[in-house]
Design a protein around this ligand. Sequence first.
Ligand code: GAR
Length: 203
Amino acid sequence: MTDPLRLVVLVSGSGSNLQALIDAATDPGAPFRVVAVGADRDGTLGLERAVGNGIPTFVCRVPDYTTRADWDEALARLISDAAPDLVVSAGFMKVLGPTVLARHRVINTHPALLPSFPGAHGVRDAMAHGVRVTGCTCHWVDAGVDTGAIIDQRAVRIEDDDTVETLHERIKVLERDMLVEVVRALAQHRTWQGPDGLSSGRE
Ligand code: GAR
């Protein structure tokens, strides 16, 4: 049997998507496992979840570096230390730099139907625009902000009484399933490119 795909998951907040990956990885025969969790800030629930599951963690804070390029280099090195096959940005609220992207294959999950509403406020921006359907997108990460090739999406209807919080919670229910399915498919196929539509656009 092939070794499980090694994942490094990057988080900034509550880490419910991380938890879904950790839980799915405990299935006997799961084709992936979370080998490290990285964050851009201390004291988050996401890091606590990792520690609680015995997963090594690292923190790489932008303000601790003189330049953004230094931070990018340090983050790339910390990720490399865990020797991942794939990096998953799951609620990581920083734009990854060129060094990380040159050295690592990265996917991201975003709470809107890209290419609409990229950026840090996908849920709020969709509501403000007045769309009736939004959702979530899993995509490869490239140098832009949420511009990489789309791997999968799920749609969610916006109800009249929704707030940003209620809508985001409903999106996250579908988002967690989507992310686990995408990672499982990537771990099983490992082609990174080809007829399954999972191309990273890099090779
Ligand atoms: C997720 O909805 C993710 O799509 C979003 O943050 C949430 C993290 O939730 N990411 C972005 O908005 C990135 N632009 P979690 O910490 O509970 O997994």
